[in-house]
Write a protein that binds this ligand. Structure first.
Ligand code: GAL
Length: 678
C-alpha cells in the first residue's frame, strides 16, 4: 500500500467535467478531436450519472462508461472518475422516501434535482457505497483512470438536514463529544439560560426553526456535526475506492469560495490525497481577482503547501446568479493562470461541452453552444498551449513569511445571530486585510489558529478570530513572545470554543499580549463612520466597529478623532516578550488599513516579492532549481517589470526587464531567490 498517492500526469493538467452521457455517441468522436486540439489531458467523468449507471436497485449498466473510458484512453486523455453519489436516482427515493432531507422549517424536500438527500440516511449510505464499490471494482485497473473524484461539492445544497434520522445522528455525535456526559453538554451549551436544560439525550434535537433566537453553542455544535457527518460520507466512499485501487489518488472538490461556509476544511483536507477546489466569480464582485488569490492561497495552505487542482471554474458566465456576467477578452486566461500562480497544478472547467438541456443549459463551457466558431473556444485553445508552456512549474511551491489565521469555527460563531453587530462577515474581514498584502505583492499562507509551526513566519495576521480555544490563544502568544509580529483585528478572542464570553475585559484571549483592556463595544450603524488621528494618513476613517479600550502597556498608534469614542485608542502597538503585538480595534477604511498593515509588515521585515506598479499581481512559485515569477496585469495598461531569465509563455529570454502586455500574463523562470524573495 502506497502512502503517497500522486496524480501521475505530466505538466499542468487541463480539462473539465465531461458529460458525454448527455449527448448522442456520434458527438463523442468530435469531443475527442477537439479535446486533443485544445490540449486537454484529464476530464472528470460520471459525476451525476447514477441513474444511468444503476437503472434499478443493484442492477448496473457500465457499458456506456466502458466505452467512454476506452475512448478517452485511446485518445491519451486521463479520467478523473467520479462516484455519482451527489445525485441519487428517482427510484431510490421512491423506495426510500425517508432519505429525503428536511429543512429547518420542517419541509421535506423533493427529488428531481441533485444533492437532495439526508446525509445521515442509512439507506443513502448503503446505496452510495454499493455504487461506489461497483465502480471501484470495475475500473480500479482501467488505464484511463488517473484519480477518483468522490461525490461532488459536499454540502453545496444539503449541508444541513433537520429530520429525525439526522437528529439521532446528531445525538450520537454529541455523546461522543461529551463522553456520554449530559451535564457536560448542559454546561458547554449554557442551558440554564431560557429553561433549556436537558435531562435526557432524546430531548436534544437539531436547531430547527423556533420562536426566538437559537442557543449559540447548540448551533455551533450542530455546524460542527454537519461538517463531520458529510466528512464521514466522504471517508467511507474513499475507503471503498482505496481498497480496490490502493495506488490511485482520491479527491473531492472543495468549495473554497465566497459565501460557502458549510465545511471545516481544516478537518477535511488531511483526508484527501490531492486537494482540489472549485472557484466561481461573483458578477457583483468588483475585484474578483482578489478572491481568486485569497482562495488559491487558502487552498494551497489546506493542501499543506503542496500543489492542488482547480477542479472547476468557468470559461465565461455561470447560470446561478441573478445576472450572469460574461468574462471579458483575456479574463479567463488571467483567472486560470492566477490559480496556477497560487499553487494549482491543474486547471479544469465546468464543463467541457455546453449543455443543450437541463438546468445548466445557460452555463458557459470550454466548447460553447456556438461551437469552435467562438471567442471562448479560441481562448481555451490558447490556454491549453499556455499550460503546456508552463509544464515545468508543476510541483513547485510558494514560500511565504506572512501567515493569516483562518478558522471555520470562528467564522460560524461570528456570524451567529445576536452579535453586537449583525454586519460582520468573516470572509469580508479577512479579505480586507488580505487585499493590501496581495496588492503589495506579499506572499501569504493561511494557518489554523493552533498551527504548531508559526515560528516559520515573521508576521502573523489575525483579521478576525471571535472564537479561539486555549491552544490557539497560547500558540499565538508564544509566537509573539518568541519574537514574532502579530496583528489582531477587533472583536477577536472574545469567546472560547463553547462560545462563552471570556470575562474580565476584551479582547478576552489576547488582552495580555495586546496590552489593552476593553469594556464596551460601540459598533457603528451602516453608513456611519468616524475619523482616526495619530500615526495614520490624514483624513483616515473607520466604519462598522469601534470599541472602548484603555491602554495597559500598549502605545496608541491612532485614536478616534470624533464620534462617541473621540480620544479613545483605536489602533495600538505593544512590545510583548521579544515580539510586537498590534491591535486594530476598529475597521479602518481600505487606504488606512493598507497604511497600517504596510507599517506592521515593514517593521516585521517582510518585503514584497518584487516592486511592481499598482494593479500588477506578482506571485512566486519555487521549484527545485528555479523560481517562477508570475506577473498578471489587472490594469489593462501593461507594464515593464524588472526581471531576468526566460519568459515561459513566449519562450523568450528576459534581460533586465520583461514586458507585461496589457491585460496579460508573464511567467519568468528566474534563478532561485534568496530567503524572502529578494
Ligand atoms: C458547481 C457544480 C457543477 C456545476 C457548477 C456550475 O457548483 O459542482 O456541477 O453545477 O457549479 O457553476
Amino acid at each position: 500500500m502506497t502512502t503517497e498517492r500522486r496524480l501521475r500526469l505530466p505538466g499542468i493538467a487541463f480539462g473539465g467535467d465531461y458529460n458525454p452521457e448527455q449527448w448522442p455517441e456520434e458527438v463523442w468522436a468530435e469531443d475527442m478531436a477537439l479535446m486533443r486540439e485544445a490540449g486537454v489531458t484529464m476530464v472528470s467523468v460520471g459525476i451525476f450519472s447514477w441513474a444511468l449507471l444503476e437503472p434499478s436497485e443493484g442492477v448496473h449498466d457500465f457499458a456506456r462508461t466502458d466505452r467512454i473510458l476506452d475512448l478517452l484512453h485511446g485518445n491519451g486523455i486521463a479520467a478523473d472518475l467520479a462516484t455519482p453519489t451527489a445525485a441519487p436516482p428517482a427510484w431510490f427515493f421512491k423506495a426510500h422516501p425517508d432519505a429525503l432531507p428536511v429543512d429547518r422549517d420542517g419541509r421535506t424536500l423533493s427529488y428531481g434535482s441533485r444533492q437532495t438527500f439526508c446525509p445521515s440516511s442509512p439507506a443513502y449510505r448503503t446505496a452510495a457505497l454499493r455504487i461506489a464499490g461497483a465502480l471501484a471494482e470495475r475500473y480500479a485497473d482501467h488505464p484511463a483512470v488517473a484519480m477518483w473524484h468522490v461525490h461532488n461539492e459536499y454540502g453545496c445544497h444539503n449541508a444541513e438536514c433537520f429530520c429525525d434520522t439526522s437528529a439521532a445522528a446528531f445525538r450520537r455525535w454529541l455523546k461522543t463529544k461529551y463522553g456520554n456526559d449530559l451535564n457536560a453538554l448542559n454546561h458547554a451549551w449554557g442551558t440554564s439560560f431560557w429553561s433549556q436544560w436537558y435531562y435526557d439525550w432524546e430531548e436534544i434535537i437539531p436547531p430547527r426553526a423556533t420562536g426566538a433566537d437559537p442557543n449559540p453553542t447548540h448551533r455551533l455544535d450542530w455546524r460542527r456535526f454537519c461538517s463531520d457527518e458529510l466528512l464521514s460520507l466522504y471517508t467511507t466512499e474513499r475507503d471503498v475506492l482505496r481498497r480496490a485501487a490502493p495506488d490511485l489518488p482520491v479527491t473531492t472538490n472543495f468549495m473554497v469560495m465566497h459565501n460557502f461556509d458549510a465545511l471545516d476544511y481544516w478537518r477535511w483536507a488531511p483526508e484527501l490525497d490531492i486537494v482540489s477546489n472549485d472557484h466561481y466569480l461573483r458578477s457583483t464582485d468588483p475585484q474578483s481577482e482578489t478572491d481568486i488569490a485569497l482562495c488559491g492561497d487558502l487552498v494551497r495552505s489546506l493542501a499543506g503547501g503542496r500543489p492542488w487542482l482547480l477542479m472547476e471554474h468557468s470559461t465565461g458566465a455561470v447560470n446561478w446568479q441573478p445576472v450572469n456576467r460574461a468574462k471579458g477578452p483575456g479574463e479567463m486566461r488571467r483567472n486560470a493562470l492566477a490559480h496556477v500562480a497560487h499553487g494549482a497544478d491543474g486547471i479544469a472547467y465546468f464543463q467541457w461541452r455546453a449543455a443543450k438541456a437541463g438546468a445548466e443549459q445557460w452555463h458557459s463551457a470550454m466548447l460553447p453552444h456556438a461551437g469552435t466558431d467562438s471567442r471562448i473556444w479560441q481562448e481555451v485553445v490558447r490556454l491549453g498551449a499556455d499550460l503546456r508552456a508552463l509544464a515545468e512549474v508543476r510541483g513547485s511551491t510558494s514560500p511565504a513569511r506572512v501567515a493569516v489565521v483562518w478558522d471555520w469555527n470562528a467564522r460560524w460563531a461570528l456570524e451567529m445571530p445576536c452579535q453586537p453587530s449583525g454586519e460582520l462577515r468573516f470572509q469580508d474581514l479577512v479579505r480586507d486585510w488580505y487585499t493590501p498584502l496581495w496588492k503589495a505583492g506579499v506572499a501569504v499562507d493561511f494557518v489554523r489558529p493552533d498551527a504548531p509551526d508559526l515560528d516559520r513566519y515573521q508576521l502573523v495576521l489575525v483579521p478576525s478570530l471571535y472564537l479561539v480555544d486555549e491552544g490557539g490563544a497560547a500558540g499565538l502568544a508564544a509566537f509573539v513572545e518568541g519574537g514574532g509580529t502579530l496583528a489582531v483585528g477587533f472583536h477577536s478572542g472574545a469567546v472560547d470554543e463553547n462560545c462563552h464570553v471570556r470575562l474580565g475585559g476584551y479582547p478576552g484571549a489576547f488582552r495580555e499580549i495586546l496590552g489593552v483592556h476593553g469594556d464596551e463595544p460601540f459598533p457603528l450603524l451602516p453608513g456611519e463612520s468616524v475619523g482616526l488621528a495619530g500615526q495614520v494618513p490624514q483624513d483616515a476613517t473607520a466604519d462598522l466597529w469601534t470599541e472602548h479600550i484603555r491602554l495597559t502597556g500598549a502605545e496608541a498608534v491612532a485614536a478616534y478623532a470624533d464620534g462617541p469614542l473621540a480620544g479613545v485608542p483605536a489602533i495600538t502597538r505593544h512590545a510583548y516578550g521579544s515580539g510586537t503585538a498590534w491591535y486594530v480595534a476598529t475597521h479602518p477604511a481600505p487606504t488606512t488599513l493598507a497604511a497600517v498593515l504596510g507599517r506592521v509588515r515593514e517593521e516585521a521585515g517582510v518585503r514584497p516579492e518584487r516592486e511592481v506598479p499598482a494593479g500588477v499581481e506578482v506571485v512566486r512559485r519555487r521549484g527545485t532549481g528555479a523560481d517562477y515569477l508570475f506577473l498578471i496585469d489587472h490594469t489593462g495598461r501593461g507594464a515593464e517589470i524588472p526581471a531576468d531569465g526566460v519568459e515561459l509563455l513566449t519562450g523568450k529570454p528576459v534581460v533586465g526587464s520583461v514586458t507585461l502586455p496589457a491585460g496579460g500574463v508573464a511567467v519568468v523562470r528566474e534563478p532561485v531567490a534568496g530567503p524572502g524573495g529578494e
